[in-house]
Design a protein around this ligand. Structure first.
Ligand code: B12
Ligand code: SF4
Length: 467
């Protein structure tokens, strides 16, 4: 017997102009939708980023009241969390509401308090848990679930991590549109984008990183899907650009090589984006195959140019190793993007400002740089708490010090940005993306013709910020 006739999988984020936040589908939610398939009458997925009509809570509520008997909301990101809470708390209380996602798992108590209409929160990876909810397993028997009972909140014990070999592919059939690069509501690229997840977890233990720790502190041991299932899923992907969301695509080099071989063999023609560690540079055969298979963008965690800081972060690499790796990587036609962290414990302004110089020395095409952040189970949390003069204001927030507070770090951030992204660098980026085929002619002219719209979007965003 089917318990729910029509489930709505809702991605409640919208109004965000940051390009990267618009580009990819809500993968976690699509996994949840796929797991419910066949167990509920029908599943509809609404991604509010692209559903203007439903951004109004009234209109959304009306749709939910008329059609939906199970509302599944994904709350994944730190940014716009309060806006999402505002929206969710206005949705119909009579419709059974389940929430899940990374941020929801971090904020269980707060969400129950803030949104009285939330019935239950799924903590951690939700594929197995949602199946139990929709098939009517008694709540007390569902591990990983927090729910309301007799005016209080019950937290069941943690759910074991699901076996990724048995999880169905994310349900892409529910999409009503493609995903693409958007800036201030204006489409910038003709390419469409998607993600694929072929492994979960990471065997490394960098001290600042909680990628493979979920917000419950469970370490996701590294697990792989079969290469055949990866190819089977890739064959269903229609997008031009595909991000391998794996924490490090090259953890098991033999497997990475097999994936590349099969992509080539099966003539799957896409632009692939991967997250990687510099270690991959030691394996030219794998790089040769990756290049041939269409891997064009490498997102590489470097974190710091300073050995002292790299050691402190337990990154397991040195500045010299980074230099050696880039002398190899730059021989390929890869677009190389580096991640850095600034504001590390004991780091001086001069050291932070070396980031853009170093990035140019090793010939990175682009960089992003983040302040050191602390999450609940981050091994760095204790270190910060024990270091005199260093503090953080909340879990998930940035680390500051008496010497480098919010204002000082903002100034440093601006200097890193302007020193790296100077005019020659911007020209280099445009040339490179053109040369290696990441953009075509229409992509370069598109922003030009849409300049008035872009300017309008920018002005509107500034106005919103001021309010
Ligand atoms: C790939 C990735 C990206 C991709 C996005 C891909 C996408 N599809 O959106 C890109 C590169 C764009 C990206 C960008 C950013 N990311 Co990111 N990213 C990841 C990464 C490595 C994997 C995410 C993923 O695909 N997980 C697999 C899916 C299956 O898991 P999931 O989404 O959590 O969903 C599961 C559960 O949460 C739950 N669930 C989710 N929704 C729902 C709903 C219901 C109803 C239920 C029952 C369950 C449920 O079940 C799902 C299936 O198991 C994670 C780290 C990690 N290993 O998880 C960081 C991570 C998610 N990113 C993070 C951050 C901070 C960012 C950025 C803000 C970085 C930046 N400063 O630019 C940006 C902003 C993105 C945004 N949308 O705002 C943080 C999030 C912390 C937070 N709470 O905000 C993470 C956790 C890394 C970390 N520890 O710092 N990211
Ligand atoms: S920074 Fe990268 S390599 Fe280090 S633990 Fe996190 S995901 Fe793994």
């Amino acid at each position: 017997m089917i318990k729910y006739k029509h489930a709505l999988a809702l991605n409640p984020y919208f109004g965000e102009s940051n390009t990267i936040r618009w580009t990819f589908p809500p993968t976690g939610l699509e996994y949840i939708a796929a797991s419910m398939k066949g167990l509920v009458g029908k599943v509809t997925l609404l991604d509010l980023r692209y559903e203007k009509a439903y951004q109004d809570p009234e209109a959304l509520s009306q749709f939910i009241r008329n059609e939906i008997d199970l509302l599944c909301v994904s709350i994944s990101w730190e940014s716009r969390f309060e806006n999402v809470c505002d929206l969710v708390s206005q949705l119909p209380p009579e419709v059974f509401t389940v929430v899940g996602g990374h941020k929801a798992t971090e904020e269980v108590e707060y969400l129950f308090d803030r949104c009285p209409n939330i019935e239950m929160i799924v903590r951690g990876e939700g594929e197995e848990i949602i199946k139990q909810i929709v098939t009517g397993v008694p709540y007390r028997d569902i591990r990983g679930l927090s729910y309301r009972e007799n005016g209080g909140i019950v937290h069941n014990e943690i759910h074991p991590l699901p076996d990724i070999k048995r999880i169905p592919f994310p349900d892409r059939s529910l999409r009503k549109h493609d995903y693409y690069l958007v800036k201030n509501g204006v489409r910038l690229s003709s390419h469409t984008f998607d993600t694929i997840l072929t492994t979960r977890g990471c065997p490394f233990k960098c001290k600042f990183c909680t990628f493979s720790l979920n917000p419950l502190g469970q370490k996701r041991s590294y697990t792989e899907r079969s290469v055949e299932s990866v190819i089977e899923e890739l064959r269903t992907v229609t997008a031009d650009v595909v991000l391998f969301s794996d924490d490090n695509f090259f953890t098991n080099l033999k497997r990475s090589e097999q994936v590349c071989d099969l992509i080539i063999e099966n003539k799957i023609k896409k632009i692939f984006v991967v997250q990687a560690r510099i270690d991959v540079a030691k394996h030219r055969r794998v790089l040769d195959k990756a290049e041939k298979a269409g891997f064009k963008i490498f997102l590489i965690g470097i974190e710091s140019p300073h050995d002292r800081i790299l050691k402190h972060l337990d990154k397991g690499i040195t500045q010299q190793q980074v230099r050696d790796a880039f002398s190899v990587l730059t021989q390929y036609d890869f677009y190389l993007h580096g991640y850095f962290i600034y504001g590390n414990i004991g780091e001086t302004e001069e050291e932070m400002l070396y980031i853009p110089k170093f990035a140019k020395e090793i010939k990175l095409d682009s960089i992003t740089f983040q302040k050191l952040r602390i999450e609940r189970f981050s091994p760095l949390k204790e270190v910060v708490e024990e270091t005199p003069g260093y503090y953080y204001n909340h879990i998930g927030g940035s680390v500051y010090s008496d010497r480098y507070g919010r204002k000082e770090l903002k100034q440093i951030r601006n200097r890193i940005r302007s020193e790296f992204y100077d005019i020659p660098q911007v020209i280099h980026i445009i040339r490179k993306v053109w040369r290696i085929g990441l953009v075509g002619g229409s992509d370069l002219t598109r922003p030009f013709f849409k300049l008035p719209l872009l300017m309008y979007g920018l002005a509107r965003r500034k106005r919103e910020r001021r309010r």
